[in-house]
Design a protein around this ligand. Sequence first.
Ligand SMILES: [Zn+2]
Length: 190
Amino acid sequence: MNAHVSQGSVSQGGWPVLVLNADFRPLSYYPLSLWSWQDAIKAVFLDRVNIVAHYDHAVHSPSFEMQLPSVVSLKSFVKPTTHPAFTRFNVFLRDRFTCQYCASHEDLTFDHIVPRSKGGQTTWDNVVAACSPCNLRKGNLTTAQANMHPRQAPFAPTVHQLHRNGRLFPPNYLHESWLDYLYWDTELDP
Ligand SMILES: [Zn+2]
């Protein structure tokens, strides 16, 4: 079936669809695994997902009418990655978007604990989130010289740890049909 949908009534950005893995967990928590409704409908017609919940809203074309899905689950399980990529975003997420020296959430950047000028590497265990003033204050000093110590020793996080932190930063928009799938699963973990 041709998934031609009239675009007039619904904007491209509206009606996001929460995507669950085949085990009914979100593919990711932060950013939340969301598809556009267009991609979700495409996946429905390609038989790749099951519809779990609907919006109270339908799209129409001359040949069919369909309620927009609000939650879909993949038919085949996608193995979650175990080692998160070393990215700027993931360092912020590990450090909960908090300066590791003064706990500010403003003006965040990165600090090398062992400064690069002293051979410090750009790695999980040597880079922390830091606000610009702290970064400037520490400069090329070691933590001992500057007497500035990160609140937690930096480490390579697991996907689980990043998910846990991601949960603290829910997206601005949470449809009520998503809530059953988002926040309880760690409590159910052994
Ligand atoms: Zn700071």
